[in-house]
Design a binder for this molecule. Structure first.
Ligand code: AMP
Length: 189
C-alpha cells in the first residue's frame, strides 16, 4: 500500500502518519524529517536545504526529487510507504510519478487532511514552544501556511482529477481521525 498525505503545516499529518504506518507496517517517509537529518549530518542535500527550511520556504524540487528518487529505491521501501510532506509542488508530483513508474509502484490513495487556518497557527505556535524547531515561529508559520496554499494546494485538484484524492477532517480527537483514515485505507491493505 502506497499512500500520500497532504495538508497544511500543523494539521496533524505527522501524528496520523505514525499511527497508520505502525498499524499497517509500512514505511513512514517524512521529507521534513529526512531533510532535518541531512542537515544534522551536514550532507550536500542538507546544506542545499538548510536556508530554505530556516525561512519556512520550500527546498528546491531538484533536491527533493534526488533525495526521494534514491530513498524509494531502497529495499525497505518495497513493501509499502506513506509519503508525508511530499510531493509539495506539481513538478515534484510529476517526478514522483516517474520514479514510481521506474520501480513498478503505484499510488493507492492521497489523503488530504483539512483544517481552519487560525486553528493551525495556534497549534504550531504551541508546538514551537515545545519543539524548538527553527521554523515554528509566528512569522515563519504564516509563511509556511501561505506557501502551502500557493504552491502545494494545486495538488488537491491534480490528484482529484486522477480520482485518488480523499478529504478527511483534521480537527477532532486523534483516535477518531485515525479511525476514519483506517476505514478509508483498509481497502488497499
Ligand atoms: P515539514 O516537517 O513537512 O513541515 O517540513 C519542514 C520543511 O522542510 C518545510 O518547510 C520545507 O522547508 C522543507 N520540506 C519538506 N518537504 C519538502 C518538499 N516536499 N519540498 C520542499 N521542501 C520541503
Amino acid at each position: 500500500m502506497n499512500l500520500i498525505f497532504l495538508g497544511p503545516p500543523g494539521v496533524g499529518k505527522g501524528t496520523q502518519a505514525k499511527l497508520l504506518c505502525e498499524k499497517y507496517s509500512i514505511l513512514h517517509l517524512s521529507t521534513g524529517d529526512l531533510l532535518r537529518s541531512e542537515i544534522i549530518e551536514k550532507t550536500e542535500i542538507g546544506n542545499l536545504a538548510k536556508s530554505f527550511i530556516d525561512k519556512g520556504e520550500l527546498a528546491t524540487d531538484d533536491v527533493l526529487l534526488k533525495m526521494m528518487n534514491n530513498r524509494l529505491k531502497k529495499d525497505d521501501a518495497q513493501n509499502g510507504y506513506l509519503l508525508d510532506g511530499f510531493p509539495r509542488t506539481i513538478p515534484q508530483a510529476h517526478g514522483l510519478e516517474l520514479t514510481m513508474k521506474q520501480i513498478g509502484h503505484k499510488i493507492d490513495s492521497v489523503i488530504s487532511l483539512i483544517a481552519d487556518e487560525d486553528e493551525l497557527i495556534n497549534r504550531l505556535v504551541n508546538r514551537g514552544l515545545k519543539s524548538g524547531r527553527s521554523d515554528d515561529s509566528i512569522e515563519i508559520i504564516r509563511n509556511r501556511q501561505q506557501i502551502y496554499w500557493n504552491q502545494t494546494s494545486p495538488l488537491l485538484n491534480y490528484y482529484e482529477a486522477m480520482n485518488l484524492l480523499i478529504n478527511v477532517d483534521g480537527i477532532g480527537k486523534i483516535s477518531d481521525i485515525n479511525n476514519e483514515i483506517v476505514r478509508i485505507v483498509n481497502q488497499y491493505a
